[in-house]
Write a protein that binds this ligand. Structure first.
Ligand code: ADP
Length: 272
């Protein structure tokens, strides 16, 4: 890098006042990015200054979910300015570091490591209260890099109730612990679908599309393995407006805050 000293990651400095949470999952499609953006918005609503790093090399869907799909960061001298969003949360995405949008991120470990450090150290985050990182699913290079650069980051594991999802989620949690990060809890997403027809008759009936028990299983396994309590922080129901909120760039905690799924997300945000 032309002899230029690499900038330090402010969140890794001893006096840093920013809480860092990495949102992890065992596999894709369980709602990790949806959880990340909604937690970010819920925390911002509580009055915190929140930044989001989208480090999901496979998905990088966070900017679209926050309503800034087409934005690119600006640069001031050699600092990158994070992209502001309508909700007041600022965001940087691994997708924004690619020269071309349609390019596939076919990077090996060292490149991914550089990209992660760049998003943490070369971005002007200002004084954040909270930084959320959307990790790629699984136990790959980005998770290892994050553990090396930010061992103080706390990890939240997202799973569905399904057995197969829970098993891989346990591995993602164990990986975080191997990197000396604390796993602060498990969020079960897509826990059930409130049956709309029963609701018309005033009856609450839950359709367990993906089975049940995955979140509790991950929490119990990780608690047993680590010797400290890893709680289930919340169980988020399936909700059409959660999906629509993601697709339209207006996350459900803002667009439909009284929806049960939004309320679970907001209550998880206050627990973190
Ligand atoms: P991941 O980041 O784990 O790959 P996403 O957050 O991208 O998952 O979610 C995958 C898809 O499922 C998205 O279209 C999202 O809107 C949808 N989705 C996630 N959680 C829910 C939910 N609780 N109810 C309805 N749709 C959901």
């Amino acid at each position: 890098n032309g002899g230029k000293a690499q900038r330090e990651i402010p969140f890794a400095q001893p006096g840093s006042l920013t809480k860092v949470f990495a949102i992890a999952s065992g596999k894709g499609g369980v709602g990790k990015s949806s959880v990340t953006v909604n937690l970010a918005l819920a925390m911002a609503k509580e009055g915190f200054k929140v930044g989001v790093v989208d480090a999901d090399i496979y998905g990088h869907s966070v900017p679209a979910m926050l309503g800034v799909a087409d934005s690119r960061p600006t640069q001031v001298d050699d600092l990158i300015m994070p992209v502001p969003t309508p909700s007041g949360v600022s965001v940087i995405s691994i997708g924004m570091l690619k020269p071309r949008r349609d390019q596939v991120v076919a990077w090996r470990g060292p490149m991914l490591d550089r990209a992660l450090v760049q998003m943490l150290a070369d971005v002007y985050w200002g004084d954040l209260d909270i930084l959320l990182l959307d990790l790629p699913p699984g136990t790959g290079d980005v998770a290892i890099s994050l553990g090396q650069h930010l061992p103080g980051a706390e990890v939240v594991v997202v799973t569905t109730p399904q057995e197969a999802a829970a098993e891989v989620a346990e591995r993602a949690g164990t990986m975080a612990s191997m990197m000396h990060q604390r796993v602060v809890g498990v969020i079960e997403n897509m826990s059930f679908l409130p049956c709309p027809h029963c609701a018309e008759d005033g009856v609450e009936h839950r359709l367990e599309i993906f089975g049940s028990g995955g979140g509790a299983r991950v929490a119990a396994t990780l608690s047993g393995r680590f010797g400290y309590d890893v709680p289930v922080l919340g169980e988020i129901p399936l909700d059409v407006s959660l999906r629509e909120g993601g697709d339209s760039g207006k996350p459900i905690v803002d667009s439909d805050p009284t929806a049960p799924a939004a309320q679970v997300l907001s209550s998880v945000a206050t627990r973190l």
